[in-house]
Ligand binder design. Structure first.
Ligand SMILES: *[C@@H]1O[C@H](CO)[C@@H](O)[C@H](O)[C@H]1NC(C)=O
Ligand SMILES: *[C@@H]1O[C@H](CO)[C@@H](O)[C@H](O)[C@H]1NC(C)=O
Ligand SMILES: *[C@@H]1O[C@H](CO)[C@@H](O)[C@H](O)[C@H]1NC(C)=O
Ligand SMILES: *[C@@H]1O[C@H](CO)[C@@H](O)[C@H](O)[C@H]1NC(C)=O
Ligand SMILES: *[C@@H]1O[C@H](CO)[C@@H](O)[C@H](O)[C@H]1NC(C)=O
Ligand SMILES: *[C@@H]1O[C@H](CO)[C@@H](O)[C@H](O)[C@H]1NC(C)=O
Ligand SMILES: *[C@@H]1O[C@H](CO)[C@@H](O)[C@H](O)[C@H]1NC(C)=O
Ligand SMILES: *[C@@H]1O[C@H](CO)[C@@H](O)[C@H](O)[C@H]1NC(C)=O
Length: 250
C-alpha cells in the first residue's frame, strides 16, 4: 500500500493555526511584544530589553510593570506615584525605587516637608509592597530635638512625619523600639535623602494570575501581554513566531 500523500501546505498551516488557537495563543497581533523588538537605547538599569513582567511597550508584559523610558532613566507608576527605577536584579523580585513627582497642594509647598511627598506612599492594590529593610529603618527613626516642631495646624503632615516617620510608607508597621540609634537632628532632611537613595520594594508572584498565565503562555512559545482597550486589562498571549502570523487569516 502506498504511503498517504503529504497534506497540502495550506491545510497544514490551517491546522497549525487551529492548534495554536486551541492553546489560546493570540495570532492577531504578532510578536509586537517580543522583547527583541523593543528599542532600549537608554533605559537603565535595564541592560537588555525588559522582559516579563517588565515592558516598555504598551499592552505588553504585566500591567503593573509598565516602564517608561525617558531622559536616560526608567520610570514606573504605582497608584499615581511616579518612581525612578534605580536598581533591579533580574534574579530577584525586588526593585529599588525613588519617588519622583508628587501632586503638591499650595499649603504643603510652604511647609518644611515641601521636598517630600505630601501624602504617604501607598502601594496597596498593586503587586508591590515595601521590603522589611526600609520599614525597619523608618520605624526606628526619630527626631532628636522634638522642641523644633513646625506649626502643626498649618503643616499637619510635617508633624505626623516628625512624630512617626514610618508613616511616609503606608503599610509599614511602626515598631516602638526604645533605641537611640535612629535619632536624627533633621528627620525631614533625612527622609529626603532616604527617598533619593531609593526604597526597596518587592512583589509576590504567587497570588497574581498574570504570572501563572504567562508561564503557560511562555511554555507554548508565546509572549505575554494584555488587552489595553479593556479597562480590566485581561491577559493576552501573543504568538512570538512571525512566520506563522504572516499566514494568519486576519
Ligand atoms: C531607537 O531610538 C533611537 C533614539 O530615539 C533612534 O535614533 C533609533 O532609530 C531607534 N532604533 C530603532 C530600531 O527603532
Ligand atoms: C545614561 O546614563 C549612564 C549612566 O547613568 C551614562 O553612563 C550614559 O552616558 C548616559 N547616556 C546618555 C545618552 O545620557
Ligand atoms: C490617578 O490620577 C488620575 C488622573 O489624575 C485619576 O483619574 C485617578 O483616579 C488616579 N488614581 C488613583 C488610584 O489615585
Ligand atoms: C542570575 O542567575 C543566573 C543563573 O541562575 C546566574 O548565572 C547569574 O549570575 C545571576 N545573576 C545575578 C546578578 O545574580
Ligand atoms: C533643640 O532645639 C532648640 C530650638 O531649635 C535649640 O535651642 C536647642 O539648642 C536644641 N537642642 C539640641 C540638643 O540640639
Ligand atoms: C499656625 O498656623 C495657623 C494657620 O495658619 C495660624 O492661625 C496660627 O497663628 C499659627 N500658630 C503659630 C504659633 O504660629
Ligand atoms: C491571595 O489572595 C487571597 C484573596 O485575595 C487572599 O485571601 C490571600 O491572603 C492572598 N495570599 C497571599 C499569600 O497574599
Ligand atoms: C480587548 O477588549 C475590548 C474591549 O473589551 C474587546 O472589544 C476586544 O475584543 C478585546 N480584544 C481581544 C483580542 O480580546
Amino acid at each position: 500500500m502506498p504511503p498517504p500523500p503529504p497534506p497540502p501546505p495550506l491545510l497544514s498551516v490551517t491546522l497549525l493555526f487551529v492548534i495554536l488557537r486551541l492553546l489560546a495563543v493570540d495570532l492577531t497581533v504578532a510578536h509586537t511584544c517580543s522583547p527583541t523588538r523593543t528599542n532600549i537605547t537608554s533605559c537603565p538599569p535595564f541592560t537588555s530589553p525588559p522582559s516579563f513582567p517588565f515592558s516598555s511597550s504598551p499592552g505588553c508584559g504585566h500591567p503593573s510593570f509598565q516602564i517608561l523610558c525617558s531622559s536616560n532613566r526608567s520610570f514606573i507608576s504605582i497608584n499615581n506615584f511616579s518612581f525612578v527605577l534605580l536598581r533591579h536584579d533580574p534574579n530577584s523580585s525586588t526593585l529599588v525605587l525613588s519617588p519622583q513627582s508628587y501632586v503638591s497642594d499650595p499649603t504643603h509647598r510652604s511647609c518644611p516637608s515641601a521636598s517630600l511627598p505630601d501624602r504617604a506612599i501607598d502601594l496597596s492594590g498593586s503587586p508591590f509592597r515595601f521590603s522589611d529593610a526600609p520599614c525597619a529603618r523608618l520605624s526606628v527613626l526619630r527626631q532628636c530635638n522634638i522642641s523644633s516642631l513646625p506649626n502643626c495646624s498649618r503643616c499637619p503632615w510635617d508633624c505626623k512625619l516628625l512624630k512617626s516617620p514610618v508613616q511616609l510608607l503606608k503599610g509599614c508597621s511602626s515598631k516602638h523600639r526604645s533605641s537611640e540609634q535612629g535619632c536624627q537632628q533633621d528627620v525631614l532632611d533625612y527622609l529626603h535623602t532616604f527617598l533619593n537613595l531609593g526604597i526597596q520594594v518587592q512583589w509576590d508572584e504567587s497570588n497574581d494570575t498574570y504570572f501563572s498565565r504567562c508561564k503557560d503562555c511562555q511554555s507554548e512559545d508565546g509572549v505575554c501581554g494584555f488587552n489595553t482597550s479593556d479597562t480590566r486589562k485581561p491577559f493576552r498571549c501573543f504568538s512570538s513566531r512571525s512566520r506563522i502570523s504572516s499566514h494568519s487569516p486576519h
